[in-house]
Design a protein around this ligand. Sequence first.
Ligand code: GSH
Length: 220
Amino acid sequence: MTQTNDANKSMTLYHYWRSSSSWRVRWAMKIKGISYHDVPVNLLADAQKSPDYLKVNPVGFVPAIEIAGRCFGESLAILEWLEETNPTPALLPKDPLDRLYVRQLMLQIACNTQPIQNLSVMRMHSQDKAEQAKWAHHWISAGLAGYEKLLQHGKPGKFSFGDSITMADLCLIPQIYNALRFNVDSRQWPLLHGIGERGLALPECKAAHPDRQPGAQLLA
Ligand SMILES: N[C@@H](CCC(=O)N[C@@H](CS)C(=O)NCC(=O)O)C(=O)O
């Protein structure tokens, strides 16, 4: 596919080392063997709201990706594009109902959990760091408890759906990492905790891990 190859040659990922949404995309790109140029966006310095970055993603969130001169945001939309243009290794199951279930899991994190504990939402809720942490703790706990229930009614194996990594895991595992920052211990949910441990041990996940990203050492 010529278009895909051309696009793959010229990708720039705008991301923040500790952003769970950014980690989803980094991890997918590592799994699919796609290289990219890095542009770190420092959320603590509000670089996501700078005029330059707003030209990349007008809504002021990371990640964003530049592909063949065009810029796009929204991590799940980017994951779907990566899957369409680089189908192997697959990150979604083949059966449409299984895909529906995997997407339900993805959205349990990407719609029902992560946005509520986002930096801008926490800041709007309160300026007080302790209150922000309490808020994040509550909503991450609620979101992960829901994910565990979905797993109990699904077909978990080594990972969220069977024994292969899917996009659901790409959403879950960065959220588990984020949870630790707010003292939410995933051991209370045995199914997702085990998935988290196995996922973190994978080389592609390690390569996409926040600690290995540009900017991490400076800001940690
Ligand atoms: N739905 C978006 C969410 C992106 C998002 O919330 N990004 C966070 C970092 S994980 C962010 O840029 N926060 C900056 C802010 O809240 O100002 C996606 O999946 O890409």
